[in-house]
Design a protein around this ligand. Sequence first.
Ligand SMILES: [Zn+2]
Length: 182
Amino acid sequence: MIVGWIIEHKIVLTVTQKRNSILGNYRAPHNGKGHRISINGDLNPYAFLVTFVHEMAHLTTCVKHQKRVTSHGSEWKEQFKLLMDEFFGRKILPHDVRAALKIYLINPASTHCNDPHLIKVLDRYNKKAVLYVQDLDSNALFVWNDGRIFKKGEKLRKRYKCYEVKTKRIYLFNPIAKVRSF
Ligand SMILES: [Zn+2]
């Protein structure tokens, strides 16, 4: 199905190295270049699929509405649901991913990373087990993406207050931020 979309819309698809800030990206035709989609190559197959469909929904929204709509507005949500629906009829998604996606699709956030339940279900299919900030004991040390070392502190309303060991500065971490143990 995805190959069909790529051919139909002449998409230039780039599978990239892991990027910490984004999972994928869509760029509309510009300066003689066609539709471009990039997806992080470190994603497991289900996370890759959800990310691809997310970017694909930007493409079909762009084709249908040009630039007259906001990037994750109701038009994008509608396209995302339509495209994702095509996969529900085929028995390719495990039960837990399917169930988490159904809940997410009721009102998809601008990134599925904002849905902790969906993210945790998708992470089950990673080759390496994932360690979240919320799984650590308090005062445990952990290593962030960029190599800096932090100490886990108390939970505020939604996030954990953590201290960078070197500078003693305070940073707030999402409970499902992925970290390495120190
Ligand atoms: Zn987006």
